[in-house]
Design a protein around this ligand. Structure first.
Ligand code: C5P
Length: 224
């Protein structure tokens, strides 16, 4: 049987904690990749740790959001890290997305649609006049135009995304044993896969407390 795929969000600046997360999430039931964000990559030893990490699926969640030239230079600056997946905000614009896709090489370029910490009210607050569903479907069309390799959205929008985008769909905002905290558009792992997510991104529900126990809770939840 095909294994369910998760990216564990390694959101810490502490190398020992990161090593612990990697060690204690090893298991035979799930395919596990590791996601490193700005917090870890900007930490004192983060970059060099990543440059030595072997035989892991690595997701650099840089969420690049800038003008085309700066986006491209950023990707070139991390070429030595052998990153498998890298994020860019779709709202960087079509020119930036296309320029990055041109030079991203073997690294899969993921378009971030609308953060899972935002809801319709937050979008209005920022100044958007589309609701989450409309905005995400608009953003996905742009990602398709730029030939991006994958999409990040909440598992609530997978059905809409699939209509326009046939490649990988990665969904954060996953909850199964804790409250939503700062996330607004949350879904359980089981429901997220059912909706068609290819990869789930899970941070605190796995990395906080007893990691091995949390992984087992997740495996049990998926097998029910
Ligand atoms: O701890 P939690 O499971 O909420 O972590 C989710 C992870 O996914 C965080 O690292 C966050 O930066 C990332 N993420 C997200 N929503 C997005 C894109 C990425 O929560 N739209």
């Amino acid at each position: 049987m095909k294994k369910n795929k998760i990216f564990v969000a390694c959101d810490s600046t502490n190398i020992l904690k990161i090593k612990k997360i990697i060690r204690e999430t090893q298991n035979t039931k799930l395919k596990v990749g590791y996601k490193f964000g700005l917090e870890f990559l900007n930490s004192k030893y983060g970059r060099s740790f990543l440059s030595k990490l072997k035989n892991k699926t690595v997701f650099a969640d840089l969420k690049i959001h800038d003008i085309p030239n700066t986006c491209v230079s950023t990707i070139k600056a991390i070429k030595d890290l052998n990153i498998n997946y890298l994020t860019i905000h779709i709202s960087s614009g079509l020119a930036a997305l296309k320029a990055c896709r041109k030079i991203s090489g073997k690294t899969k370029l993921i378009g971030v649609t609308t953060l899972t910490s935002l809801n319709n009210r937050s979008l209005k607050e920022i100044g958007y006049n589309k609701n989450v569903k409309r905005l995400v479907s608009h953003q996905v069309k742009l990602a398709k135009k730029a030939n991006l390799d994958a999409i990040v959205c909440s598992a609530h929008e997978v059905e809409i995304v699939k209509k326009f985008f046939k490649k990988e769909i990665i969904t954060p905002g996953i909850r199964f044993n804790t409250g939503a905290e700062d996330q607004k558009r949350v879904v359980t792992p089981k429901q997220a896969y059912k909706n068609g997510s290819h990869w789930l991104v899970i941070g605190r529900p796995i990395t906080r407390g007893n990691i091995r126990k949390n992984i087992q809770t997740l495996i049990d939840h998926l097998s029910q």
